[in-house]
Design a protein around this ligand. Structure first.
Ligand code: GDP
Length: 367
C-alpha cells in the first residue's frame, strides 16, 4: 500500500477512515495534487475550527513537543467539569513555559457566583493539582464574555513569543479560538488564517501580527469523562445549555436521589440536612428510600430513570459505589462531567454511585 500523503495545512498524515480524527479527508480528495485535511479545509475556507481527537500516544508526542518550543501555554478547562477537563501533568511537559489558565463556560454557573471567589477557588485547586499559572481568567466563549480580556492577557503574557492553546475535548477550545479569530479579523487583522505552513506537531497555526503564531493543538481525550460513555442524543441532555439552577433537597438519612439513570446519591448517616444539586436543568432527579433504591434501579433503568435511554442502556457501564465521610460543611461531591452535589452540613456519611471508570471526588465547594 502506498504511504498516505501529509496535509499541506497542518502536516498530519491523511487518513480517510475516521472522520473527527486527525488528518481525516474524504477519499475523493486523494485524487488531488495538494491534499488538505477536512479540519484545515474548514479553517481555511470558513474560518472555522473543527475539533479532532487523537490517541494517547499522539498527545504525549504533542505535549512533549511543547516543552521544546518557547511560548505561552494557554490551558482551557471547562468550569462545569473542572477536574474532568483538567490535563493532569501538563506542567511536567511544558518545560519553563508559562501557563495561562482559562476556564470556559462561565455562563453555566449561577449568576450569584462572585468572580473573585471563583478565581481564588480556581487558584487553590490549580495549586493543589501542581499547577502555578501566571494568571487565571474566566470566559464564556459562546457568549463572547471575557474574550477580549483573554486576548489582551494572552498578548501580555506571551511576551512576544508564540502561543499554544491546549485543552481536553469538549472544553470549548474551538469555540474560543473561533471567537478570537472573528474578533481579531473584525478589527485590525491581528490574526489571520490566510496561511498556515505545515508544522510537525499536528497543530493548526494561526499567524499573529508579529511573525509569531498561535497554535491550536488537537483536543485531548480524558478517558474518565462521563461523555465517553454516552451516545450523542443522551449526551445532549447532560451537557447544560444555560445557567444552572441549583436544586436544593432537604434529606433525611437513608434517602437516595437518582440523577436520571446516570448516577445515584445516597444520604446514609447524619442529621437531616440540605444537599444542593448542580447539574443540567433538564436532568430529572428521583427521590426514594435507600432501602428501595437497588430495586428501583433494576426495574426502571432506561425508563423512568433516564438517560441513558432504553435504546442505549445496555452500553452504559454498571454503577460503582464510593462512600464518603464528610467532615467539612460545604463540600462538593463531583461526578466528573455530570455536575456536583454540595453537602451543606458537616458530619454526614454519603455514597455516590457513578459508572465504572468515571471519577468521583471531593472538593471544597465551588459555589
Ligand atoms: P472543543 O472540543 O474543546 O473544541 O469544544 P467545542 O468548541 O466543540 O465545544 C464543545 C461544546 O461546548 C459545544 O457543544 C459548545 O457549544 C459548548 N460550548 C463552548 N463554549 C461554551 C461556552 O462558553 N458556554 C457554554 N455553555 N457552552 C459552550
Amino acid at each position: 500500500m502506498n504511504e498516505m500523503p501529509n496535509c499541506i495545512g497542518c502536516g498530519a498524515q491523511i487518513q480517510t477512515e475516521h472522520p473527527g480524527e486527525l488528518g481525516y479527508a474524504p477519499a475523493s480528495s486523494l485524487e488531488k495534487e495538494e491534499i488538505i485535511c477536512q479540519r484545515c479545509f474548514r479553517l481555511k475556507n470558513y474560518n472555522e475550527l473543527q475539533p479532532v481527537s487523537l490517541t494517547d500516544d499522539d498527545f504525549l508526542r504533542i505535549l512533549n513537543g511543547l516543552g521544546e518550543r518557547k511560548g505561552l501555554i494557554v490551558k482551557i478547562v471547562d468550569i462545569f467539569d473542572f477536574n474532568g477537563s483538567w490535563l493532569p501533568g501538563l506542567h511536567r511537559f511544558v518545560g519553563n513555559n508559562d501557563i495561562l489558565l482559562i476556564a470556559n463556560k462561565a455562563d453555566l454557573l449561577p449568576k450569584s457566583v462572585k468572580e473573585q471567589k471563583l478565581l481564588q477557588w480556581m487558584k487553590r485547586e490549580a495549586n493543589k493539582l501542581g499547577l502555578k499559572p501566571v494568571d487565571i481568567l474566566t470566559v464564556s466563549a459562546q457568549k463572547g464574555k471575557g474574550v477580549v480580556e483573554a486576548m489582551e492577557a494572552i498578548d501580555h503574557y506571551r511576551k512576544g513569543e508564540d502561543v499554544f492553546v491546549v485543552g481536553s475535548t469538549n472544553v470549548g477550545k474551538s469555540t474560543f479560538i473561533n471567537r478570537i479569530i472573528k474578533q481579531a479579523t473584525g478589527q485590525d487583522n491581528i490574526i489571520t488564517t490566510s496561511h498556515f505552513p505545515g508544522t510537525t506537531l499536528d497543530m493548526i497555526e494561526i499567524p499573529l501580527d508579529d511573525e509569531k503564531s498561535m497554535y491550536d493543538t488537537p483536543g485531548i481525550i480524558n478517558h474518565h469523562q462521563l461523555a465517553h460513555y454516552l451516545h450523542t442524543s443522551d449526551l445532549k441532555m447532560i451537557m447544560p445549555k444555560k445557567e444552572i439552577k441549583p436544586r436544593v433537597f432537604q434529606l433525611n438519612p437513608e434517602q437516595t436521589l437518582f440523577i436520571g439513570g446516570l448516577a445515584r446519591f445516597d444520604f446514609i448517616k447524619g442529621d437531616r440536612s440540605s444537599f444542593t444539586f448542580h447539574i443540567a436543568n433538564e436532568l430529572p432527579l428521583h427521590r426514594t428510600k435507600l432501602e428501595n433504591a437497588d430495586e428501583l434501579y433494576n426495574q426502571h433503568f432506561g425508563g423512568m430513570l433516564a438517560p441513558p435511554s432504553e435504546e442505549y442502556k445496555e452500553d452504559y457501564p454498571e454503577l460503582v459505589r464510593h462512600e464518603f465521610r464528610i467532615k467539612e460543611a460545604k463540600t462538593d461531591i463531583v461526578f466528573s462531567g455530570l455536575g456536583w452535589v454540595t453537602v451543606q452540613h458537616p458530619d454526614v456519611i454519603v455514597a455516590a454511585h457513578a459508572p465504572k471508570g468515571v471519577e468521583v471526588m471531593l472538593r471544597p465547594s465551588l459555589i
